[in-house]
Design a protein around this ligand. Structure first.
Ligand code: ATP
Ligand code: MG
Length: 150
């Protein structure tokens, strides 16, 4: 267990997952990488079509994406800082555009992670299900072990 990848979305369950990962990393002397996935920047043509279909002013949609992106960078920065205060250094802090589950799976593969740590729920879910769709899909499809933190 040398490389631990933690997926964070800024939610309470994900912060808890980060804390557990830090504890494990300290005990094992493992390295930790952090990943936050943000919605991809809409392509100029696509964004115009979308804004028109949804009857949203184009500038508003672009501004929305920009603020999401800034928030994403902030979540990643906060996560690296939180890890540092727990005595663990994040080797890589990655903010990636895409769909959360596929991006987490691809990053785990690319980094050769031994363990992926996720929270059981995230920030977008309905509390009706026990496991969020991202944690469920990662647990099912990851190339390595997965720890779902409760
Ligand atoms: N955008 C993301 N980037 C990185 N990790 C994420 C992202 N979204 C979810 N995760 C990880 O997956 C965990 C579970 O979140 P998930 O999205 O599955 O639950 P949810 O938001 O409650 O439900 P759902 O998204 O299915 O409506 C989070 O605690 C976090 O570890
Ligand atoms: Mg979610």
């Amino acid at each position: 267990m040398q490389r631990i990848l933690v997926a964070i979305d800024g939610s309470e369950p994900a912060w808890k997952a980060l804390d557990v990962a830090a504890e494990l990393a300290r005990a094992l002397g493992a390295r930790v990488d952090l990943l936050h996935v943000v919605r991809p920047e809409p392509p100029p043509a696509g964004i115009a079509a979308y804004a028109e279909a949804e009857r949203i002013p184009l500038e508003e949609e672009i501004a929305r994406w920009r603020s999401e992106r800034l928030e994403g960078d902030e979540i990643a920065r906060e996560a690296a800082e939180r890890l540092r205060t727990k005595g663990v250094r994040a080797v890589e802090t990655i903010v990636e555009e895409g769909s959360p589950a596929p991006a987490i799976l691809a990053t785990a593969e690319r980094l050769g992670a031994d363990l992926v740590v996720v929270g059981s729920r995230g920030r977008t879910g309905l509390l009706a299900t026990l496991l969020g769709s991202v944690s469920k899909r990662v647990a099912e499809e990851a190339p390595c072990s997965v720890l779902v933190v409760r």
